[in-house]
Design a binder for this molecule. Structure first.
Ligand code: NAD
Length: 468
């Protein structure tokens, strides 16, 4: 394909409390409870006990199912069509046996769920986390289907994961897990089938190993994964993309609460890839981070926490909890109660739930993480007048720049970082405008409006194909 053709393809993508089902309650198993699937490998090195905020009343799967139900009802989606849209196209569970440093074989469970491919190849990250299970991967795969449709990328939705704790493995062991996982799932992957990317617990290095393993079987194929290192045809701007997208939508939404982003006081829950980039880019705008956490603990400072210095500290294997400077150590759940303009959840799903949402004192929440808010918490926050920019829109920056990386790989050329950032801004701002307009027309918050937009586009593609 010529350079012009690529430009055209990228430009194509570029051109473009509601009533609902009851909120699922604790212990109510969804149809996909994941029972009968692999247990996490607990024989490997033990996971350190991290201070965990209270447990969510529902699973990530139930959260996504709830929001799909709300949108499907508003769209008057026929039940049979809804049944196709709700279920996954393909679910693969594999054994990932790896001999660790203790000389013993450890068997992890790996998953790849392809939810819907009506709009294009499946796309979604790979998570390495001890709590990964089929239910969670299903939920995240479905979210990807709506997300890629909401920002109008020519992709379907997928997700993968291995129930391993990467922080407990040597680099060599981690590489073996990545390669073994790729060996087991490569048959359902490929640049025109399904393209993985990083998520929690994986990064550019893991993507490099995955690409290399895929290449052993299929020849050099950089477009088979995105989020790769720059040295291996990764895209400029990919590492910061999700955090940058969060900040770009935050700036768009700020006028809704009459906030000048440069004067914003913000809190970040989870200082990993997404949270640390969002924090640094907010700081560049002049905003002040007054609280931040990671799995090790939380800190706060009225006068502000230096996001750049904290990122440097974390890069050198430091934890947020042991960052010195003039900060106060606080309980993780107290982070939510800090008074601020914007709260950015950027850790795991279900962290804002019915037992802690009432304590929140932000004016706006921009969801960097996937499914951070349970439906009950969402309704509490709406009642409190908090503006929520939902995950399916707010954290789409990563998949948008993954799309750019894939396009560049297919052509074997490269855009500059400025080009990438500008194109990202154009796509995410347009998607924000479409979602915000629909929310205003419908008189609903942005989340139901976003789901409606995404579902409508996927149904149209599936129906035009003759799939449904
Ligand atoms: P990451 O592994 O780089 O960072 C996760 C962070 O969350 C770490 O700092 C970890 O210590 C912290 N954390 C874990 N448990 C915590 C707890 N109980 N309390 C506070 N912090 C905790 O992962 P990431 O790639 O930054 O992803 C974060 C979220 O964003 C996930 O929900 C992911 O699905 C979502 N997301 C990521 C991308 C991407 O491009 N990386 C894109 C879209 C969405």
């Amino acid at each position: 394909m010529s350079e012009e053709a690529t430009e055209e393809r990228a430009d194509e993508a570029d051109g473009e409390s509601a009533d609902g089902p009851a909120v699922p309650q604790e212990g109510e198993a969804g149809p996909h409870s994941g029972a009968g699937h692999g247990e996490p490998d607990k024989s490997a090195k033990k996971t350190e006990d991290a201070p965990q905020p209270g447990r969510a009343e529902v699973s990530n799967y139930e959260i996504v199912k709830h929001w799909f139900g709300v949108a499907a009802e508003r769209l008057e989606l026929p039940e049979d069509v809804g049944a196709v849209m709700r279920s996954s196209y393909r679910e693969v569970q594999v054994q990932v046996p790896v001999k660790l440093g203790d000389g013993k074989l450890h068997v992890f469970s790996g998953y790849r769920v392809q939810h819907n491919g009506a709009r294009g190849p499946y796309k979604g990250g790979i998570r390495f986390h001890p709590e990964v299970d089929l239910d969670e991967v299903r939920a995240l795969a479905e979210l990807m289907t709506w997300k890629t449709a909401i920002v109008n990328l020519p992709y379907g939705g997928a997700k993968g994961g291995v129930n391993v704790d990467p922080s407990k493995l040597e680099t060599r062991e981690l590489q073996m897990v990545a390669r073994s996982f790729m060996d087991k799932i490569e048959k359902v992957l490929g640049p025109t089938r399904d393209i993985p990317a990083p998520d929690v617990g994986t990064n550019a290095q893991v993507m490099a190993w995955l690409m290399d393993e895929y290449g052993k079987l299929h020849g050099h194929t950089p477009a088979c994964v995105t989020g790769k290192p720059i040295a291996l045809e990764g895209s400029y701007g990919r590492e910061a993309a999700t955090g940058r997208g969060v900040v770009q939508v935050l700036c768009e939404a700020a006028s809704q609460i009459e906030l000048d982003p440069a004067e914003a006081r913000f809190v970040v829950q989870g200082f990993g890839n997404v949270g640390s980039w969002a924090a640094r880019l907010m700081e560049d705008l002049g905003a002040t981070m007054v609280g931040v956490s990671d799995a090790s603990g939380a800190i706060a400072s009225e006068g502000g926490i230096d996001a750049e210095k904290l990122a440097e500290h974390v890069r050198e294997d430091g934890k947020v909890g042991d960052f010195d400077g003039s900060t106060d150590k606080i309980e993780p759940d107290d982070l939510l109660a800090l008074e601020c303009d914007v709260f950015i959840p950027a850790a795991l799903g279900g962290m804002i739930h019915k037992d802690n949402a009432e304590r929140m004192r932000c004016r706006m929440m921009v969801e960097g993480a996937n499914s951070p808010t349970t439906p009950s918490a969402d309704s509490i926050l709406n009642d409190k007048g908090v503006t929520i920019v939902p995950d399916v829109l707010a954290n789409a920056g990563g998949v948008i720049v993954s799309y750019f990386e894939w396009v560049q790989n297919l052509q074997h050329f490269r855009w500059t970082e400025d080009e990438v950032n500008e194109r990202l801004g154009k796509i995410i701002r347009r998607a924000f405008g479409e979602v915000a307009d629909r929310a205003e027309e419908n008189g609903t918050p942005m989340r139901p409006a976003a789901y409606e937009l995404g579902i409508e586009r996927v149904v149209e593609a599936a129906s035009t194909r003759g799939y449904i």
